[in-house]
Design a protein. Structure first.
Length: 261
């Protein structure tokens, strides 16, 4: 059971400020789950097979494992799916309808997680009957799942015409995706349960929000919207007290609502 953080509650924190009381630090001493250096090296190269129960689903719609943004793909692919210019199975950047379908059929454990950014994946080509590995550990360039792009409304995907959607898929770069959705990756988490910022807006939030919107060109970072009255500033990790520039993203109301949907 996850205990509530009462010091994050706006009303209680307001009483504390009125009383002039300072915050008292506390650390449970519990170990924060994080990946080892060996796991980190494998995650960014060959990928790691994990139980589906270990995946995390943050509010921005992406996929995480032990606090790190990841993509998932099927390592064992039928060789016939690569014949005649076909591109095999897609890789996924969100818990889209396709993954939901595989999960309901009990096939989701076949996936591998990785945060490799060059678009190449380590796969095995198997016969259609699944009894023979024809080629092992082939490096293949896979395409991103379009249902994932729709789920995230990636770069305004849902508003695009069909031709432009395919073009966005073909031009999709994992490096750009991780840069957009990830606070700088590190084997060591930024916060523990003893130093994590409160989940309430800070007193200087209005000034910070105005500065970020101005510095980012006064436009949405996910679509072409430039109306200043519609622009909002989103906390990527959903912690309202974490106002580091890399944790802030300028979005129009529609894109912001889409992330939290």
């Amino acid at each position: 059971m996850k205990l509530p953080r009462f010091d994050w509650e706006g009303i209680l924190d307001g009483f504390r400020k009125q009383m002039g009381a300072s915050e008292v630090g506390w650390d449970s001493g519990a170990q924060v789950r994080q990946i080892s250096h060996d796991e980190w090296a494998k995650l960014s190269s060959d990928g790691i097979e994990i139980p589906i129960s270990e995946l995390e689903y943050p509010e921005d719609g992406t996929l995480q494992w032990k606090g790190e943004k990841v993509v998932v793909y099927i390592r064992d692919q039928y060789s016939e799916f690569w014949e005649g210019g076909k591109k095999g199975y897609k890789f996924h950047v969100s818990f889209c309808g396709t993954l939901e379908g595989y999960k309901s059929k009990g096939k989701y454990d076949r996936y591998v997680v990785t945060n490799r950014k060059d678009g190449n994946f380590l796969i095995n080509l198997v016969s259609l009957n699944g009894r023979q590995v024809l080629k092992k550990e082939e490096i293949k360039s896979l395409q991103v799942c379009m249902y994932c792009l729709e789920r995230l409304n990636y770069d305004g995907f849902t508003a695009l015409a069909k031709h432009d959607r395919f073009q966005l898929r073909d031009n999709f770069k994992l490096a750009d995706f991780f840069a957009k959705y990830t606070i700088p990756l590190s084997p060591t988490p930024q916060f523990s349960d003893g130093n994590q910022p409160g989940n309430i807006y800070t007193d200087d939030w209005r000034e910070i929000s105005a500065r970020i919107r101005k510095e980012r060109g006064g436009k949405c970072e996910m679509c072409p919207e430039k109306n200043p009255r519609l622009l909002q500033v989103h906390h990527r990790n959903s912690i309202k007290g974490d106002n580091r520039d890399e944790n802030l993203q300028v979005l129009c109301k529609d894109c912001h609502d889409g992330i939290h949907a």
